[in-house]
Design a protein around this ligand. Structure first.
Ligand code: DON
Length: 303
C-alpha cells in the first residue's frame, strides 16, 4: 500500500469514529471548534510531502509551540536553561501546580505549562517582548519554508481572559525567583506562542529539522535535535506520555488544539490534527491515527 493510500484510509477511519473526544472547553475560542475534523501530513526524507484530510486547514498549535520555544532557547542561549527547568516526566496534568511547591519552583520539564513559562521567560530576557515572539514565529517560518504562519489574536485574547491557572503558575514561579520578567509579560508572550495557527502541511515541514531529515533548514545541531526528540518521547504527552510511547514507539508533542507533531528520526516528520481530546488533553483520533501509521509502516525508534 502506498503512503498516500494509507493516509487516505486513516482519514476515512477517523471519519468513521464513534467518539471524536471533547474539544478543550477551558479556552472559549477553542470550545467552539467542531471536533469532527481530521488532517495528517507526512514529510519524507526524499523531500516529498503526502497528506490526507483537511491538511490546508489552520488550527491552533497550542503546546506544540513548546518544542519550538525550547528549540529557540537551546539555539540562542544554550544549556544554561537546565538550571531553571528539569528533564523528567511529571506524571501530572499539563497545568498542574502540585510539584512546583515540592520542588521549589523548578518545573519538571519544558513541555508542561510551568516549564514553558520558564523557557518563554528565558527567551524574553534582555529583549523587547515582540522580539521574543517573532523569534518563535520566524523559527517556524524558516523551518517550514513558509512565511504564511501567523498568530490567531482571538485565541490569544480568549486564553488571556480566562488563563487563571497559567496566571497562578507564573506568579508561583516568580515567588520562587524562577521568572526574570514580570508574570504579565511572560504570560502575554506565552499565550501568543500558543495561539500560533498552522496547517498539518506546515507543521510537518517545520518538524523536518527535529526529525533530522536531509534538506531541512539547518537550525539545530544533531545533538540538540536528538535531545528535543528525547524530551518529546518522555514528556511530550504529559501524564499520557508513557501511553503514547507504548502505543506508537515514536517521540511526539501534543497541543490542546488537537495537533500532534511526531518525529521519525531520519525517516519522516508527521503532523496530525483532530481537535477532540482524550482524558490527558491529547488528540484522541490523532493519537489513534499515529498508532495505526506506526503499526502499518513499522516506524519506531525501537527498531
Ligand atoms: O496554556 C495552556 O493551557 C494552553 N495554551 C496550552 C496547553 C496545551 O496545549 C496542553 N496540551 N495538550
Amino acid at each position: 500500500m502506498t503512503l498516500a493510500t494509507l493516509l487516505s484510509r486513516l482519514d476515512a477511519k477517523a471519519h468513521a469514529a464513534a467518539d471524536w473526544g471533547a474539544v478543550a472547553a477551558y479556552i472559549p475560542q477553542l470550545a467552539c471548534v467542531n471536533p469532527a475534523q481530521f488532517a495528517i501530513s507526512v514529510a519524507l526524507a526524499d523531500g516529498s510531502l503526502v497528506s490526507a484530510g483537511q491538511a490546508k486547514t489552520r488550527f491552533s498549535i497550542q503546546s506544540v509551540s513548546k518544542v519550538f520555544t525550547l528549540a529557540c532557547v537551546l539555539s540562542r542561549i544554550g544549556e544554561s536553561i537546565w538550571a531553571r527547568v528539569g528533564r523528567e516526566p511529571s506524571g501530572d496534568r499539563f497545568d498542574s501546580i502540585l510539584l512546583l511547591e515540592q520542588e521549589q519552583g523548578r518545573p519538571r520539564n519544558p513541555f508542561i505549562n510551568a516549564g514553558a513559562l520558564v523557557t518563554t521567560d528565558e527567551l524574553l530576557a534582555g529583549r523587547a517582548p515582540r522580539e521574543a515572539l517573532s523569534e518563535v514565529l520566524e523559527f517556524l517560518r524558516v523551518a517550514s519554508g513558509d512565511d504564511d504562519i501567523h498568530i490567531d489574536s482571538a485565541v490569544a485574547a480568549s486564553e488571556q481572559a480566562t488563563g487563571y491557572r497559567n496566571i497562578a503558575l507564573a506568579n508561583y514561579l516568580k515567588s520562587y525567583d524562577n521568572l526574570i520578567n514580570e508574570p504579565d509579560l511572560v504570560l502575554g508572550t506565552y499565550f501568543h506562542q500558543c495561539a500560533i495557527e498552522m496547517t498539518t502541511e506546515q507543521l510537518a515541514l517545520a518538524g523536518r529539522g527535529i526529525a533530522g531529515l536531509p534538506g531541512a533548514p539547518l537550525l539545530l545541531s544533531a545533538r540538540k535535535r536528538r535531545r528535543l526528540a528525547a524530551l518529546m518521547m518522555t514528556c511530550g504527552h504529559y501524564d499520557g506520555s508513557g501511553d503514547f510511547a507504548f502505543r506508537t514507539g515514536l517521540p511526539g508533542k501534543s497541543g490542546v488544539g488537537g495537533g500532534i507533531l511526531v518525529a521519525v528520526p531520519g525517516v519522516a516528520s508527521v503532523a496530525v490534527w483532530s481537535p477532540g481530546l482524550n482524558a490527558w488533553g491529547n488528540s484522541k483520533v490523532g493519537t489513534e491515527a499515529i498508532e495505526t501509521l506506526a503499526h502499518k509502516t513499522g516506524w519506531s525508534v525501537f527498531g
